[in-house]
Design a protein around this ligand. Sequence first.
Ligand SMILES: [Zn+2]
Length: 227
Amino acid sequence: MKKCKGIGRAKGVSGCGKPSDRRQNGLCPVCLMEWATETEAGKLWKIQVFDPRVEKASLRADKERERELKDNLTDWRPKLQERVQEIARLVDIGLPCLALGYHAGRIHGGHIFSKGGNRTISLNLHNIHRQSAQSNHSHNDDGLMREKLMDEYGKGYYEFLSSMRQCPALKYTNQEYMNFYKLANDIANLLKKEGKNYGMEARIALRNEINLSLGIYPEKYCVYEHS
Ligand SMILES: [Zn+2]
């Protein structure tokens, strides 16, 4: 709180002298507006400084409202699904299709337990592994995916995945899915930037770690521990 008295561009203006914590050019809001409408120096300040500032703030508020509206109209769960599948793909990068064993031009994040029948666990990274686009589209390779998964990661891992189907249904709001999406986006970008190939243990560890960071599932469905 300082006394209202002109300084800077309002230097020499006496002001009302009352203490105020919202002073500009040393003047309280009342004296400021009086100065800005009744004196030449004040009018100039209003045109050069005050009006542009108000304009900027109002544009910013418009933009913010627009963005909020757009966020509310976006269905975030499918967008999150896409990002999580991309993360699985980045963790497995460089490896051949799990089902068919060949290096495909296009690799997807394919589900071990299909999205259709097991929607609840469709965002769990342990349930998503590299699969050629062709194999993923055929939908006949689900059995093959499970078989090859067991060959690569062991029976215990498959049993862990199987137990995930007990996971209670997810009850998140669209807003919460948006927050998960932003996190997943950051994680995918980080993996892309690192551009590494990961060994088998590291792939499990990364899936554990990223499941936990995303925080979509209870911990016991996030982390696989070797028996
Ligand atoms: Zn004043």
